[in-house]
Ligand binder design. Structure first.
Ligand code: GLU
Length: 484
């Protein structure tokens, strides 16, 4: 027999994000949360948060708070006022596990880790796939009773019904038809000897109790899905729709890992990536708006409006940091200066105190060239300290000292004559160009170098505008003194 599962006819869409608290929100986890959120919101459905904290060996103190903080920061608000912590519902999982035992769909297993290990080794030696050989399934009821009465440690295993069902099939909302042969499935442990459920049991029970209509999760959970479907059937519950998201890959197509870059969302925030850019970028890791659409910049509202599972790819999605940089730059460009000023606060302390107005001028000239907020000021140190340079850099092509001095003196006089009220970026540009006339290079190069000491920089009017009339005059004066 084949157990076939097709889409469920849910009246309301309900999704969940079910992270294990391992210390931080992984960028892949953010994508899973985002897609679950977008799908639910697109259908006016519910989005719920569940913390899967039953693996005590992986417990990290404070991890739940960090997860919640990151989700709130991203604006992915969940609908349950009380977050579900699986560790607080142990009695429910135990009750359901016992129900399966009483229905002979699960059984206690008393095998010790050593016994399991030698079983595995024997199987490997015989070139067989390691699998529990069901030796405890064949214990007599008296033996089982005896062992339980004497307090022998045991787990509960789910009995994969591989004699009645040879194939589990279901239709994945992203991958289409998927099939698994049940003979390859191990009798999964569903309740551990410490009374904690395993992921399989807890997640099936909770998804049922929470009436989750669509389980959206990473591809790494695909092999668990047939086990889950068989558990739903064992309980007689309706099976949700599954959607397995493509893997995230490094540009060399290896699995995204810490070794090749950051994976924690908070690392990206610390590097000066904006929330809007991160969400936009992550949304496009596997999803696209459909044929004919070239649109790349999406707000969260636009994503909600456009998102569909049909437009999620099966193939792995390349995590290209260059694209994130570009996207972040696009968001920085579009940001009003007042807002940008607020956002760059964490990175301002490495520069001298210059005041708000000064900073806003710096941001105005840097805004179009920034990929990340942590880059502020980096390319233009002369905006904060007087430049140091060699007088030969002042020379435009092969101009001689006489002309160089003439040009700088002309610039000095020009600046002196500019009234304070004309000290604005555009007007300075007009004045400088008018003064240069035909002699652009000869006039503007030495002026720019006197202000920056750099081969490359924004144009002199921008620098002058930022540093102010007094500092501009002072720097030109110093340059003149440098000429022999
Ligand atoms: N706790 C699992 C995780 O950490 C959840 C898998 C699922 O969504 O079913 O990703």
């Amino acid at each position: 027999m084949t157990a076939t599962t097709t889409s469920k006819s849910h009246t309301s869409i309900r999704t969940r994000f079910a992270p294990s608290p391992t210390g931080y929100l992984h960028i892949g986890g953010l994508r899973t949360a985002l897609y679950s959120f977008l799908f639910a919101r697109h259908h006016d459905g519910g989005f719920y948060l569940r913390i899967e904290d039953t693996d005590r060996s992986r417990y990290v103190a404070g991890a739940e708070e960090k997860l919640q903080e990151s989700l709130k920061w991203a604006g992915l608000t969940w609908d349950n006022p009380e977050i579900i912590f699986q560790s607080q519902h142990l009695s429910i999982y135990k009750k359901y596990a016992e129900q399966l035992v009483s229905e002979k769909k699960a059984y206690p297993c008393f095998c010790s880790p050593e016994e399991l290990d030698s079983m595995r080794k024997e199987q490997q030696a015989k070139k067989m796939a390691p699998k529990y050989d069901r030796r405890c399934l064949h214990l007599s009821p008296q033996e089982v009773k005896q062992k339980i009465v004497t307090g022998e440690a045991h787990v509960i295993r789910f009995l994969i019904p591989n004699e009645e069902i040879v194939q589990v099939e279901y239709t994945d909302a992203i991958r289409g038809k998927v099939g698994f042969r049940t003979e390859l499935l191990d009798d999964q442990v569903i309740l551990k000897s410490d009374g904690f459920p395993t992921y399989h049991l807890a997640s099936v029970i909770d998804d049922h109790v929470m009436q989750i209509s669509h389980v959206i999760r990473g591809e790494e959970w695909l092999p668990s899905t047939p086990k889950h479907i068989l558990l739903y059937r064992a309980f007689g519950w309706e099976v949700p729709v599954f959607a397995h998201l493509p893997l995230l890959l490094n540009p060399d197509r290896s699995k995204l890992s810490k070794r090749q870059g950051d994976v924690a969302v908070e690392d990206y925030v610390q590097k000066g990536y904006l929330k809007e850019a991160i969400l936009n970028f992550v949304a496009l890791l596997g999803w696209n708006p459909g044929k004919g659409s070239e649109k790349e910049i999406f707000s969260l509202e636009e994503l909600v409006k456009n998102f569909s599972l049909e437009q999620v790819n099966k193939a792995g999605a390349i995590f290209d940091i260059k694209r994130l940089d570009w996207m972040n730059g696009e968001y920085i460009k579009r940001m009003p200066i007042d807002e940008l000023y607020k956002k760059v606060q964490p990175w301002m302390s490495k520069y001298p105190e210059v005041g708000e107005e000064y900073w806003k001028r710096v941001l105005a000239i840097e805004q179009d060239r920034l990929d990340r907020l942590d880059q502020i000021g980096e390319k233009n140190p002369f905006l904060f300290v007087d430049p140091e340079y060699n007088s030969t850099l002042l020379r435009w092509k092969d101009m001689d000292d006489k002309i160089l001095r003439e040009m700088l003196e002309k610039a000095h006089a020009m600046i002196q004559n500019i009234p304070k009220e004309n000290w604005d970026r555009e007007k300075l540009g007009e004045i400088f160009l008018a003064e240069a006339g035909e002699r652009r290079g000869e006039f503007l190069w030495p002026l720019r170098v006197s202000l920056t000491g750099a081969k490359q920089s924004p144009p002199p009017q921008d620098i002058a505008w930022v540093i102010g009339k007094e500092a501009t005059l002072k720097r030109i004066h110093i340059a003149i003194l440098l000429i022999s």
